[in-house]
Design a protein around this ligand. Structure first.
Ligand code: GDD
Ligand code: MN
Length: 369
């Protein structure tokens, strides 16, 4: 230890986390900009890449071989901006942590100001904001501007600390504040700042610094309709997550939808194809399970989505789990019905037990972390 400390190495003052997906072309220009913007500050850069097909991880590693301030964290089999940022933060060392995008839409020129405010203890969190005096949206079209404003308004319903731009992915936070929020984080989706602020056990002291959101030079935005969906799931989790896991609610909702699919398939098999009830019901069960599996794979477990061979094994394990779940459902339902309790109470109890079983076991075996 003494030997390490005695070397002429400056303590790292800022750990910068950059989540990436297909940003290969942006890495070198970003580094060049950071190099000049962070002149005089001792920093490290951790790029958390979700195994981008364009080879972003390799690009970062190539630089890291020569520049020891730079590191790549390559994640395989997972997707998600928020969880990438959290893993980067956990892999970093400075007492002050910054987060920014790789595509240079965030103005690195205000980084020193954000860093200083936190490092000097003037605040726990310094946010780059498009919505305070002097900031701007850049050349966003009317539609994206309205979506962003709507999302901002929704966020401030959930947050106890008012922030003009909670959608921002450009901020500096003290490690202390990050660690205090860590146990409560949902790490769902795109909006890590909303998550951090909502998860803080005590209201954070926040400073906002204006900047103009720039246009993207290379690559494309990853914002799609699923991101909007995940954002709503995040807000729901922040509001009710301590009472009931949002994933379970989604899983149960998909199950409810599956019931309609089941009835449609059953009707079709009986009325159109004239099959016997036993055969028709069996086909309907298979159709509904397959439907539920795919919808859950697409929405409920978007962050752990199975593909290729994993999809086949996942589907088979899901069939098996649901089969056992169905036995549990019928067993519990019959037991309660036999105790002379109203039929619908027995039915609901069976369904709840089956759903909880399916959810709990498939979250461990089918969509394991
Ligand atoms: N590791 C990882 N995994 N990184 C991701 C993922 C993912 O699944 N999805 C996106 N990223 C990375 C991108 O590569 C980029 O560096 C950054 O996260 C932001 O993604 P963009 O796709 O460029 O987002 P945007 O420009 O549409 O949205 C931005 O909107 C806010 C303003 O409302 C967000 O990125 C915010 O940071 C920004 O302030
Ligand atoms: Mn962007």
């Amino acid at each position: 230890m003494d030997q390490i400390v005695s070397q002429d190495v400056r303590e790292i003052e800022l750990s910068l986390i950059v989540p990436t997906f297909n940003e290969r072309e942006n890495i070198i220009p970003l580094l060049e900009r950071l190099e000049s913007a962070l002149d005089g500050i001792s920093w490290e850069l951790i790029v958390v890449d979700d195994n981008s097909p364009d080879g972003t991880s390799n690009q970062v590693r190539e630089i890291a071989r020569r520049d020891h301030r730079v590191r790549a964290v390559q994640r395989v089999g997972r997707r998600g901006l928020s969880s990438a940022v959290v893993e980067g933060m956990l892999a970093s060392s400075a007492s002050t942590i910054g987060v920014m995008d790789a595509d240079m839409q965030h103005d690195e020129a205000i980084l020193p100001q954000l860093w200083k405010a936190v490092a000097r203890g003037e605040c726990d969190l310094a946010v780059g904001s498009r919505y305070v005096q002097g900031g701007g949206m850049g050349d966003w079209d009317q539609k994206r501007q309205s979506i962003s404003r709507g999302a901002t308004w929704l966020a401030n319903l959930v947050l106890k600390t008012h922030i003009s731009d909670p959608m921002s992915g450009f901020f500096v936070i003290s490690r202390r504040a990050f660690e205090a929020a860590l146990p409560n984080l949902s790490t769902i989706g795109f909006k890590i700042l909303v998550d951090l602020v909502a998860s803080a056990p005590q209201p954070l002291k926040v400073i906002e610094v204006p900047y103009e959101f720039r246009a993207r030079n290379f690559g494309e935005s990853k914002l799609d309709s699923a991101v909007v969906w995940e954002y709503l799931v995040l807000l729901a989790d922040k509001l009710f997550g301590h009472i009931i896991p949002v994933r379970f609610v989604l899983f149960a909702a998909v199950g409810g939808l599956g019931l309609f699919v089941h009835l449609a398939a059953l009707g079709l098999a009986l009325k159109v194809f004239g099959l016997s009830f036993l055969v028709a019901q069996s086909i309907a069960v298979l159709v509904a399970m397959t439907f539920n599996f795919n919808v859950n794979n697409f929405f409920t477990y978007r962050d752990r989505r199975l593909t290729g061979r994993g999809l086949v094994y996942g589907l088979l394990s899901f069939y098996l789990i649901c089969l056992v779940g169905a036995f549990a459902n019928v067993g519990v339902g019959t037991y309660i019905y036999d105790a002379n309790i109203t039929w619908w109470v027995a039915g609901v109890a069976g369904a709840v037990v089956g759903a909880v079983w399916n959810y709990a076991v498939s979250s461990v075996f089918t969509w394991r972390k």
